[in-house]
Design a protein around this ligand. Structure first.
Ligand SMILES: O=C(O)CCC(=O)C(=O)O
Length: 340
């Protein structure tokens, strides 16, 4: 299991990844055309360019992850054109015949193609593990016989999104008081999940796209469907799901179960779900930063003291993922089984 998710990408420091980020980009994307009927959640917006230099922005980042477990990130430096090209590339993949899609087999349980199922009949997804490893990205494209321009797009996108996710995780760790030497996310394996919601004109608005879940890994960066919403997050303050509609030029970031365990319970693993808000197909692309390269999850000593005793025993991400699958506990409940 550990071998299967180990990254072969060459090591770059987080500092160099951040320095390599392109200058601030403007995002001429059109605003979403189809919005949720109910009021939108107030999702904090964090500018990645400021989070490393402005204490106030860093404190807002920490507060968002502790309270809600999600925020929007801007200032990420991924060109709008690449985001659009990636959407076009994955649309082409979803047009492949079923037998071709199934060549995207699991590397670890649940990491490959997911066909529509009785639980999520309107949902299908491709999976790519390790999205941080160029060789694995190549292998994914080769299995699906992706044409050269699609391969190029997916490779460039994977590299840029990896830089973003490593930078976001680094700023989050810094916001919790860790110094650079105490954290490095560069080698942590990443998974892509490329989601399509097969809504048609017959789909009833309000139908479930994806059931309530938390993400199993450390954190997720989500490129939403720029046209149509449908994602809802559970606000712990009210216990109610609130819609999160897309905002052009930003990504949504979610904290997952590993994030909660690694932070000794400080970061909130946000429950979320997707519902149909309009009977048109919807596509989103999630990049999950899963867990440390050696697969072991435990809170750094800096997060443990007499007032904050260790809340979770050390576990491996591979075992935790299997536990979620075998128990069917997909909404963070399995974490309670890891209590120290
Ligand atoms: O499609 C979305 O907006 C959310 C996708 C999601 O929750 C996931 O991939 O885990």
């Amino acid at each position: 299991m550990m071998d299967a998710i180990s990254s072969s990408r060459s090591v770059k420091t987080q500092k160099s990844a951040r320095q390599a980020a392109p200058a601030p980009t403007s995002f001429p994307l059109t605003p979403p055309r189809i919005r949720s009927a109910a009021g939108m959640a107030e999702i904090p917006v964090i500018d990645l360019r400021l989070a490393g230099s402005a204490a106030e922005e860093s404190a807002r980042l920490r507060a968002a992850c502790e309270r809600l477990g999600c925020f929007r990130v801007t200032g990420h430096g991924v060109p709008a054109g690449l985001l659009a090209e990636m959407k076009a590339a994955v649309r082409a993949l979803f047009d492949l015949p079923d037998d071709a899609k199934r060549r995207n087999a699991d590397v670890i349980p649940g990491s490959g193609y997911m066909a529509p199922s009785p639980t999520n009949p309107l949902y299908e997804a491709f999976g790519l593990l390790d999205a941080a490893a160029p060789a694995d990205v190549d292998a994914f494209c080769a299995l699906l016989d992706a044409p050269p321009h699609v391969r190029e797009t997916i490779k460039t996108y994977a590299e840029k999104m990896h830089d973003v996710i490593v930078a976001v995780a680094g700023e989050l760790a810094s916001s919790l008081g860790l110094v650079a030497e105490e954290h490095s996310f560069q080698d942590w394996p990443c998974q892509f999940r490329i989601n399509r919601y097969n809504y048609t004109h017959e789909t009833v608005v309000g139908s479930s796209g994806v059931q309530i879940h938390t993400d199993s890994g450390f954190l997720t960066v989500l490129q939403e469907d720029e046209r149509v919403g449908g994602l809802e997050v559970l606000d712990p303050a009210t216990g109610e799901f609130v819609p999160v509609d897309p905002v052009a030029g930003s990504f949504l970031v979610n904290i997952g179960d590993v994030g909660t365990a690694w932070s000794n319970g400080r970061l909130h693993n946000v429950k979320h779900r997707v519902r149909c808000v309009a009977p048109v197909p919807r596509i989103s692309i999630a990049m999950f930063l899963l867990a440390p390269k050696d697969d072991g999850v435990s809170a750094p000593e800096a997060f443990v003291d007499a007032d904050h005793p260790r809340r979770y025993k050390a576990f491996t991400y591979g075992d935790y993922r299997k536990l979620r699958l075998s128990t069917g506990e997909h909404a963070g409940e399995a974490l309670a089984r890891m209590a120290a």
